[in-house]
Design a protein around this ligand. Structure first.
Ligand code: CP3
Length: 347
């Protein structure tokens, strides 16, 4: 199908497509038995992300079941620091663990020059998914992604998730020169990484800033909005029209300013955002994406349907992409995803 006719790309380019296209953050993952099987086959999570055949297969699995309008590359935001040489492992039940960077020596130990070679398998996954979509789901668009510099820096400095990133947030105040060097390295490498994904076939790009909302407004502008704007400029220099989605989670009332100052074309709404407020306050030219509570998807039934319908009602007439307010969680019954897809398709 002609790229410009794909419903997701039309919505991300500012058209109020109805019923809205949909995809779900973490749509590939542990809630699907077929994912768990390939994950076991691959060994560990990094092995899965760097195996283009298996990673492409995992990317396509949810589309086969549920017919999403978008396929998101199967990888992780932390594969970028991994590709620059930072020690990373995913411990069962604990989430990601990195060798933390706490000083200039830690930063100097990274090898950004190694990045291109180490991300090669991920870029190959993009190309494989693109070919797979042409065969299996020609109306679906391929979404590439990266973490936003602040969120990736949180993990790089802290060495783990699961808390409030006290060390990383403190470094941003106490040593803004060092923190700024980490952020700049991430801006440059993220532009390269996303352009490589686009060149391999990604048709839209998303930046996940999952922890942006941990910062007060001044820090948010400096460490979330400004670096994101720099990435957007770097990408737009080469690809002026590619749809860009920014997701500054927990940004609250700063969401409209983030939309206008970063230059992204669509903004993601997190679970707590009132979609009516977003529709009234984010200027009409921007697309909106979100924001069903992942727990409503676990619960299912009438509650799921009511929540989905209220989001649809708030978004009617807007360029809109239905999604969750954060990622799918492992206990989600796949049947509930199918039920949600039916509700969305009714519009
Ligand atoms: O389907 C998709 O959405 C595409 C793949 C994807 C993953 N992670 C796969 C993954 C994407 C887009 C991400 C983004 C990501 N990764 C974010 C931003 C979005 C968010 O959730 O806030 C963040 C903060 C990470 C970092 C990360 N990766 C954490 C904190 C964890 C552990 C928590 C968990 O769910 O296990 C991961 C691991 C991870 N990333 C898994 C998957 C499928 C689970 C790994 C496994 O199979 O054991």
């Amino acid at each position: 199908m002609d790229t410009v006719q794909k419903p997701l790309l039309r919505a991300l380019s500012g058209e109020a497509v109805w019923p809205p296209p949909f995809w779900l953050m973490r749509q590939a993952g542990r809630y699907l038995p077929e994912y768990r099987q390939l994950r076991a086959q691959a060994g560990d999570f990094i092995a899965l992300c760097t195996n283009p055949v298996l990673a492409a297969e995992v990317t396509l699995q949810p589309l086969r079941r549920f017919g999403m309008d978008g396929a998101i590359l199967f990888s992780d935001i932390l594969m970028l620091p991994w590709a620059m040489g930072q020690g990373l492992r995913y411990a069962e039940g604990e989430g990601p663990l990195l060798d933390p960077i706490r000083d200039a020596g830690g930063l100097a130990a990274l090898d950004p020059g190694a990045m291109r070679a180490r991300i090669a398998p991920i870029i190959e996954t993009v190309a494989r998914v693109k070919a797979g979509l042409a065969q299996e789901a020609p109306k679906a668009a391929l979404i590439g992604f990266a973490g936003s510099p602040f969120t990736v820096a949180c993990y790089m400095v802290e060495g783990k998730g699961g808390g409030e990133f006290a060390n990383a947030r403190r470094m941003a105040y106490a040593d803004p020169v060092l923190f700024g060097r980490i952020i700049r390295l991430l801006v440059d490498s993220t532009v390269d990484y996303l352009l490589a994904q686009a060149e391999a076939g990604a048709e839209a790009l998303m930046l996940f800033d999952s922890w942006a909302g941990l910062m007060p407004p001044g820090q948010f502008r400096r460490w979330s909005i400004e670096p994101t704007a720099a990435i957007v400029r770097g990408i737009r220099k080469v690809l002026p029209d590619i749809p860009l989605i920014g997701f500054p989670r927990l940004a609250g009332p700063l969401l409209p300013e983030y939309a206008q100052r970063t230059g992204v074309s669509t903004v993601g709404m997190d679970t707590g955002m009132d979609p009516r407020w977003a529709a009234a306050n984010v200027p009409a030219g921007f697309g909106l994406q979100g924001n069903l509570d992942p727990q409503a998807l676990v619960a299912g039934g009438a509650a799921l349907e009511a929540e989905a319908r209220s989001i649809l009602a708030a978004m009617r007439g807007r360029p809109f992409v239905f999604n969750l307010g954060h990622g799918i969680v492992p206990p989600t019954p796949p049947d509930h995803v199918a039920a949600l897809a039916r509700v969305i398709r009714m519009g």
